[in-house]
Design a protein around this ligand. Structure first.
Ligand code: GDP
Length: 338
């Protein structure tokens, strides 16, 4: 009989960590998850939602704890999803973002290397479309692909660019299997409330149920290539099954403004004109904005056979439906929502 496959996930309490845990468990993996900090508030929720996960206490800024995590889990696959991942937060906490989102990746790669596990453990690094920055000169008409220029516009994007290159460097320097996924925004019912899509669908549900009368947002013109997170974690897994480590863009190939998202989300509850329900406040605007993101996923489609299954209207609908169920007490919050 084949040995059970073991996967180690950093950032297991986040949105993608939840989707990936479900996927790997369905595929028969033994799943190990890193949890950070003393009395992490999400630990209990994680145990309740995924009782089969082996929890390891470790921190991306603590090399020794990562080495210990490698020795304990002896993983075949390592998914590095742990990061300070919110652009707005990264402007307010740039050093912490660098320590975790950038240097944390180096710590993790070193843990794989010095424990001698580089021959058996394949590593996935969560890169991001925020590395592109959305500037005109930098934007090919058909969308960003793996060859496009980087020009990050936030401490988060800059930290992720270091992470991306150190991941590639370990692949080239030590022959390690390190794949990077340059993922465009991906959303869903596990998305944290600090991201604009979930903030909107949560507010739409609350307004529909009479629990709230408006939502306060920042700029509404930026455009994003928004996909469904469940589709994207399948792509991560496919990257580690491929015969060689590589870099892949995952995106939908469509871009929509926040105004379009608002129109579809409010439309779900029968509200045609969302303007009376939306206020704006500079608090939610950024020192530097990424105007438009559009990705070209053709390499992942061609090489990995990756396909997204949920389209833009389908994404908005499932998020609004979930939030109505949640706020009317018919559903439980997931780990990442707490
Ligand atoms: P990002 O693309 O990784 O920064 O994902 P977000 O969901 O945080 O933001 C997407 C876009 O929505 C950005 O252009 C934000 O400036 C814009 N935005 C407008 N209002 C808000 C808001 O209230 N919260 C957040 N998070 N973003 C907002």
């Amino acid at each position: 009989m084949n040995e059970t496959r073991r996967a180690l996930i950093t950032g297991i309490t986040g949105q993608d960590g939840g989707h990936l845990t479900e996927l790997l468990h369905e595929k028969g993996y033994e799943v190990f998850g890193l949890i950070r900090g003393q009395r992490n508030a999400r630990k209990e929720a994680l145990e309740a939602e995924f009782p089969y996960v082996n929890i390891i206490e470790a921190d991306l800024t603590d090399q020794t704890s990562l080495i210990q995590a490698m020795l304990t889990s002896q993983p075949h696959e390592v998914y590095n999803l742990g990061a300070i991942s919110h652009v707005g937060y990264s402007f307010r906490n740039p050093q912490l973002t660098a320590d975790i989102t950038a240097k944390g990746v180096l710590n993790l790669l070193e843990a794989v290397r010095v424990t001698g596990m580089a021959d058996t453990a394949r590593v996935y690094q969560a890169s991001t479309s925020e590395m592109f920055g959305g500037l005109d000169y930098n934007r090919p008409g058909a969308g960003y692909n793996e060859e496009s220029l980087f020009h990050p516009r936030s401490p988060y994007g800059v930290a992720k660019l270091y992470a991306h290159w150190i991941a590639r460097n370990y692949r080239e320097s030590y022959g390690m299997f390190v794949a990077t996924g340059i993922l465009f925004n991906h959303e869903g019912e596990r998305r944290g409330l600090e991201f604009v899509t979930r903030k909107i669908t949560n507010a739409v549900a609350a307004i529909h149920l009479g629990q709230q009368d408006h939502v306060t947002l920042g700029d509404l013109w930026p455009k994003r290539d928004w996909g469904y997170a469940g589709d994207y974690v399948r792509g991560m897994w496919q990257m580690l099954q491929h015969d060689q480590p590589d870099d892949f863009v995952l995106a939908t190939g469509e871009t929509h403004s926040i105004e379009e998202f608002l129109t579809l989300a409010f439309g779900q509850v029968g509200i045609d004109d969302w303007r009376p329900y939306v206020k704006q406040d500079p608090e939610f605007m950024r020192p530097a904005e990424v105007d438009i993101l559009l990705g070209d996923p053709s390499k992942a489609e061609r090489v990995l056979g990756w396909r997204r299954e949920v389209d833009f209207p389908g994404l908005v609908k499932r998020m609004v439906d979930h939030d109505i169920a949640l706020l009317s007490g018919r559903a439980q919050p997931r780990v990442a929502e707490r």
